[in-house]
Design a protein around this ligand. Structure first.
Ligand SMILES: *[C@@H]1O[C@H](CO)[C@@H](O)[C@H](O)[C@H]1NC(C)=O
Ligand SMILES: *[C@@H]1O[C@H](CO)[C@@H](O)[C@H](O)[C@H]1NC(C)=O
Length: 251
């Protein structure tokens, strides 16, 4: 390291002597260049079929400063690339996108508008710094990456003494509900003398379900996930857990 620093110093002196002011610009480039950035780890998903698709990747933590160029093309027309609209970490719309899946990392997002159905696409996210550039390339078909956001507003109530009612609302970001309905799964968990137990039910096409046979006095955690009705892609993440203790019946 010391040798490198010495080398830079010598260069600086010479350039300054020979070129004066111009040398400072050269110096800036030399001093900030380093290793090329690491290849971004990109995740793409379609949050509302067919026209709300995002890709995201973590912000590079190391210096030198890195910027990103994101583009996509149809696989059979790779020369026709379109820009993927970048959304910076921490901006208002990035909060909206990731509100449902809080992540400690700072995430970049980009939006791919109006993709065609049943078409192979290639996404190219390139990290660029003074040290060079690295591209992440992947192909995908919209139908394989469908993943709604989790259902919201999960409510649990005692229906009558024997039955429990679990209700929820569809993810508001899934905008074409009439054309592409969703189905749902319920997960409920409890602790049985230190052993975690769980039951996964569904799919249900309605946004409410009656449960029977739960134990009075026991506390359960309820969660719901949403999947495209015909089974495209995967279920959303689980909604945040809602705790409910089954009332004891008075005798
Ligand atoms: C998605 O497509 C539908 C139907 O083509 C359109 O009505 C809607 O505005 C689009 N939504 C967005 C966010 O582009
Ligand atoms: C990916 O994008 C970068 C930046 O625009 C570009 O230099 C590179 O050639 C692209 N790679 C491919 C395989 O298209």
């Amino acid at each position: 390291m010391a040798a490198m620093v010495d080398g830079v110093c010598v260069t600086v002196t010479l350039l300054l002597c020979v070129l004066g002011g111009q040398a400072l610009d050269l110096l800036r480039v030399t001093a900030t260049s380093g290793d090329p950035p690491s290849t971004p780890t990109v995740h793409c998903w379609c949050a509302s079929y067919p026209n709300v698709t995002f890709c995201s990747w973590p912000e590079a933590s190391r210096s030198p400063p890195t910027h990103y160029v994101a583009s996509y093309s149809e696989r059979h027309r790779q020369l026709v690339t379109k820009p993927c609209q970048l959304i910076q970490p921490g901006s208002a719309s990035s909060d909206l996108i990731s509100a449902s899946s809080p992540s400690p990392e700072q995430l970049w997002h980009c939006r791919l508008p109006n993709l065609k159905l049943l078409t192979d696409y290639i996404i190219n996210v390139t990290a660029v710094s003074s040290g060079g550039s690295r591209s992440y390339l992947a192909s995908f078909m919209l139908e394989d990456i469908v993943k709604p956001n989790p259902p919201v507003d999960v409510r649990v109530s005692a229906h009558d003494t024997r039955k429990l009612l679990v209700e929820w609302s569809h993810p508001p970001t899934w905008t074409n509900l009439d054309v592409f309905p969703l189905k749902y799964q319920i997960l409920y968990r409890w602790d049985n003398r230190g052993t975690p137990k769980s039951v996964n039910l569904g799919p249900f096409e309605s946004t409410r379900v009656e449960l029977k046979g739960l134990t009075a006095g026991r506390t359960y955690l309820f969660q719901v996930c949403a999947k495209e009705l015909l089974g495209l892609g995967e279920c959303s993440g689980w909604s945040s857990p809602v705790k409910y203790t089954i009332p004891r019946t008075k005798s």
